[in-house]
Write a protein that binds this ligand. Structure first.
Ligand SMILES: [Zn+2]
Length: 273
């Protein structure tokens, strides 16, 4: 008898082939601050480190608990050191700390905090995230690997399925193989506007003007809406006058029948009969 097929969960999802993008290539291509997709990008980067750098089986990745991770001069997961790279966007250790920064607030449900942490206008990709201290609330997330719902927000209390992990890896490798423009973050991530050089007082004045302009626009919209409603009423009336009503048809028939019975009383029948 041939050997039974290996248990799918025991398979290594990340298979090394020369032609395929490396872990570092995939990490470089994943969004770190860019909306939309930043939550998914950071979660997938963490997953890629677990499956690709550490070669974890999916069951082990799914069960990863905070106690398995230590932060310090070297980051370890299950006792194994996570390597760093010269380039922060390709750094596996940075991928881990970027995810740990948001997994705690995400687990607790502090979406505002997470959004603030992901603000692309106040961030940089030139320095190593792994060299900055990470607040300890990541330890409160009982699961370190979280599935995401359709809008990209994390779901807690459910494990990321093995099937999802198997689907994510080739998709992220394919994205890394395709040429993508580099992620733009920092103050330049916000398009320049005419308000950039204003003083605080000028900004308040502009705010007041904008408020008045919005009020005027809303009043104009209300007037247009009233006109449309009045026009609709008139059209309804006209349509009702020209609609052949059943009464009028009945009247017309009765009239024609009467006219045929007594030619003397013949009159021009109602044109709409
Ligand atoms: Zn780093």
């Amino acid at each position: 008898m041939p050997d039974p097929a290996p248990e799918p969960d025991q398979q290594r999802v990340w298979q090394y082939r020369d032609s395929q993008p490396t872990v570092e290539d995939v990490l470089a291509a994943l969004p770190k601050y860019r909306f939309p997709g930043v939550m998914r990008g950071r979660r997938d980067a963490f997953l890629v480190v677990l499956l690709g750098t550490l070669g974890m089986p999916r069951t082990e990745a799914r069960r990863l608990r905070p106690a398995a991770i230590t932060l310090g001069a070297t980051i370890t997961i299950n006792g194994r050191a996570i390597p760093t790279s010269a380039d922060p966007v390709r750094c596996a250790a940075c991928a881990v700390t970027r995810w740990l920064r948001i997994v705690g607030p995400t687990w607790i449900g502090l979406r505002g905090d997470v959004r603030q942490l992901l603000d692309p206008t106040t961030s940089t990709l030139n320095t190593h995230d792994c060299e900055r201290p990470v607040p300890g609330d990541w330890r409160r997330a009982e699961q370190q690997l979280l599935p995401l719902e359709v809008h990209g927000w994390a779901r807690t209390g459910v494990a990321l399925s093995g099937r999802s992990m198997t689907a994510i890896v080739p998709r992220r490798r394919a994205a890394a193989a395709a040429d993508q423009p580099p992620e733009v973050i920092g103050p330049v991530a916000r398009p320049r506007s005419r308000f950039d050089a204003l003083t605080l007082q000028e900004t308040y004045d502009e705010l007041g003007d904008t408020d008045a302009a919005v009020d005027a626009a809303l009043a104009r919209l209300q007037a247009i809406s009233d006109d449309v409603r009045a026009l609709g009423d008139v059209l309804d009336d006209v349509a009702a006058q020209h609609r052949p009503s059943r009464d009028r048809v009945t009247c017309g028939r009765r009239y024609r029948a009467q006219s045929q019975a007594s030619p003397r009383s013949r009159r021009t029948p109602d044109s709409h009969g």
